[in-house]
Design a protein around this ligand. Structure first.
Ligand code: SF4
Ligand code: SF4
Length: 372
């Protein structure tokens, strides 16, 4: 499919895409590090929201500033910045989420030269009345900060357009997830992963048109795809390795759902287009499935993963745990206990942004898949 090839080319070298985009459109590019960043505001300010990922190259410069017991995602993001590979970014937004991202913000502020740097201090506990009011207030503050940093005015009209555009993108991504549940092999895991990454990097209007075409082609395709592979759900923080999907498929599995920041957590949540755009954005953050850096009830995460397993008719769950990621590591035992109670097999894969040898990973997956 031509559109998927285009998306794969962009995600293979997103920095080249951004540099070209900037030259051609003159637009500003705003980097962000976590899916708790309200991209809609960046979009409404006329800039391109760009999700910064870690690196698969050696981490050297970042280790002079961050302890080696920080997760490799955060160390990799800093490495990319200190190596000047992110020089096309005009400014960054750091949401207040896990400790590592908060401290990354402090170190970045001192060591990386960029035009602006905004901290977005979200509430941790989302299910209280004060959190709600506070979230509305700090979204307003973020809007003002962005207006000042980018010398623009974010109007109600541009915000409403942002809410509508993101709703359309998220609805199509949900449709793609549903199609994959029905016919998992209709799109490879690698291609699916590229689409998700592209959603965080490409010009969103162009991405919307591209994803529309992809979904229509898949919906109307009469290609018979029968997969006897074991159906898996991935859970964790960020998975930026397309190779993981290839290795799972070679081992006799297929991913049919996920609870990842590079996955459903990024797309979940429709914004109400009948209330003010700021309120719609705030409500989505209060109701969206949480990651362990946020709190919305004690069993919320486990229940969400069980729901995804049931709805996608999955055989098991693979937890992708980045080494030294405390929030996910602390959450795992409780979630595993909930899955055990439901007789849902799960496997824990301790990994870094730099993957271990493929053969080693394949053996781990094969062993798990054989017991399903
Ligand atoms: S797991 Fe949570 S804190 Fe970590 S990147 Fe994802 S949303 Fe942000
Ligand atoms: S939530 Fe975990 S993986 Fe994500 S940035 Fe924080 S420590 Fe790293």
């Amino acid at each position: 499919m031509e559109e998927i090839t285009e998306i794969k080319n962009i995600t293979a070298d997103p920095y080249a895409y951004c540099r070209k985009y900037k030259d051609e459109t003159g637009k500003k590019i705003v980097g962000y590090t976590c899916s708790y960043t309200p991209e809609e505001l960046i979009y409404a300010a006329g800039a391109l929201p760009f999700r910064i990922f870690g690196t698969n190259q050696d981490i050297r410069l970042a280790d002079a500033n961050l302890q080696s017991y920080c997760c490799s995602l955060v160390r990799g993001i800093l490495e990319e910045a200190l190596s000047n590979r992110l020089d096309f970014i005009d400014g960054v937004i750091f949401p207040h989420t896990c400790d590592s991202i908060q401290r990354l913000s402090d170190i970045w502020r001192i060591n990386v030269k960029q035009k602006f740097h905004i901290d977005f201090v979200l509430p941790v506990k989302l299910n209280t009345a004060s959190a709600r009011q506070y979230l509305f207030d700090i979204l307003e503050k973020l809007k003002n900060d962005l207006e000042r940093a980018l010398s623009v005015q974010i109007t109600d009209a541009t915000l409403a357009d942002a809410v509508k555009t993101y709703n359309q993108i998220r609805a199509l991504m949900k449709k793609l997830y549903a199609l994959r549940v029905q016919r998992p092999a209709i799109i490879s895991g690698r291609d699916f992963h590229s689409i998700i990454k592209a959603a965080m990097m490409m010009d969103r209007k162009i991405f919307l048109k591209t994803i529309e075409k992809i979904v229509t082609q898949i919906e109307t395709s009469d290609r018979k795809v029968i997969s006897g592979d074991k159906r898996l759900v991935l859970a964790g923080s960020v998975c930026s390795h397309p190779e993981i999907y290839d290795i799972i498929e070679q081992a006799g599995g297929i991913v049919v759902g996920d609870d990842l920041c590079t996955g459903s957590r990024y797309f979940e949540g429709v914004m109400d287009e009948n209330v003010s755009p700021m309120e719609a954005i705030a409500r989505r953050y209060l109701n969206r499935p949480v990651c362990p850096a946020k709190h919305n009830g004690l069993t919320n995460r486990g229940e969400n993963i069980i729901r995804i397993v049931r709805e996608s008719k999955a055989d098991g769950v693979v937890f992708l745990l980045l080494k030294f990621c405390d929030p996910h590591a602390f959450d795992y035992p409780d979630i595993k206990a909930m899955l055990d109670k439901e007789n849902i097999p799960c496997m824990l894969l301790d990994m870094e942004e730099q993957l271990p040898a493929e053969a080693q990973l394949q053996t781990r997956f094969e062993t798990f898949i054989q017991i399903l």
